[in-house]
Write a protein that binds this ligand. Structure first.
Ligand code: CP
Length: 311
């Protein structure tokens, strides 16, 4: 079994069959992380480069763990520790990596479109681990797995995504993926955090979180991305919290079956109350756990799924 695409840059690269295969494979890989010996030989002899040119904890670590649990050799490159810090361009870094016979490159980059460019420069598959405000497809896939495991069915589920939509690659990938699977997705934000035309992705738009507190099956909170705001940062974070934060007062009104999600990193006390983040209805740590299984599935189906692990 392999994916139909050569690279995973965008959710649009995946067919419905690819999405099903990824979820099934991830589900089967979950068990490996629960064993005492958390390793199988599936990708033995394969080399995966983690090229992370923007900060990351969850995505970088989980790709590294995913590769290692499948016995791939994983090499981490960061911007500060590489020749990029001396002025080398992405293309030359990419060609240098390619010349070392690697099997996949995982890229986190601050610039929207960087993963697409990298895929043009190199032959091995490129996996987008988040590029600027564009896409973060593996985050959307792990969120889909988390929602499916929790709710059973995604079709018809009312998912409310709250926060800085305009800077969120997570939101963009997740809206596309969930609406394709017939979830009812609403984005809630002040106008300054809503990109023009976001409805074209298939979601509806609201300016009032209070209108969606009671009826949501999933409340998905997004971080206020202070580093991407420039001069536009919401004037007072306390004011943002008052109108758009999942406070204890709002939490008291949600359905007991409603699930709370956040891709991390969180601004505790800004978009989400710390006690709500740690509550029983929170799937935030489950998202992280599922991230390893989903990234194992992505690596396996891109570089090892067609009998690639033979001697
Ligand atoms: N969700 C996510 O991308 O987190 P990191 O920035 O820690 O990888």
């Amino acid at each position: 079994m392999t994916l139909s695409c050569h690279d995973l840059v965008s959710i649009a690269d995946l067919t419905d069959g690819d999405i099903s295969a990824l979820l099934e494979t991830a589900a089967s890989f979950k068990d490996i992380s629960l064993r005492q010996i958390k390793k199988v030989p599936t990708l033995r002899g394969r080399t995966v480069i983690n090229l992370f040119l923007e900060p990351s904890t969850r995505t970088r670590t989980s790709f590294e763990i995913a590769g290692k649990r499948l016995s791939a050799d994983v090499v981490n490159i960061s911007g500060a520790g590489s020749a990029l810090a001396k002025g080398e361009c992405l293309k030359d870094t990419a060609k240098t990596i390619e010349a070392m016979s690697v099997d996949a490159v995982v890229l986190r980059h601050w610039s929207s479109g960087a993963a697409y460019k990298l895929a043009q420069y190199v032959q091995p598959p490129v996996i987008n681990a988040g590029d600027g405000s564009h896409e973060h497809p593996t985050q959307a896939l792990l969120d889909l797995l988390t929602i499916k495991d929790s709710l059973g069915d995604v079709a018809g589920a009312k998912v409310t995504i709250v926060g800085d939509i305009s800077h969120s690659r997570v939101a963009r990938s997740l809206i596309v993926l969930l609406t394709r699977l017939e979830a009812k997705v609403t984005v809630v934000a002040p106008p300054m955090f809503l990109p023009a035309g976001i409805e074209r992705l298939g979601c509806t738009v609201s300016y009032s979180l209070d209108d969606h507190i009671e009826g949501s099956d999933v409340l998905y909170l997004l971080r206020i991305q202070k580093e991407r705001q420039g001069a536009k940062i919401y004037s007072e974070l306390a004011e943002y919290t008052r109108i758009y934060g999942l406070t204890k007062e709002r939490w008291a009104r949600v359905s007991p079956t409603c699930k709370i999600m956040h891709p991390g990193p969180m601004n505790r006390g800004v978009e989400i109350d710390p006690d709500v983040a740690d509550s029983l209805g929170s799937l935030i740590n489950t998202q992280v756990t599922n991230g390893v299984a989903v990234r194992m599935a992505v690596l396996y189906l891109l570089i090892g799924g067609a009998g690639g692990s033979e001697e």
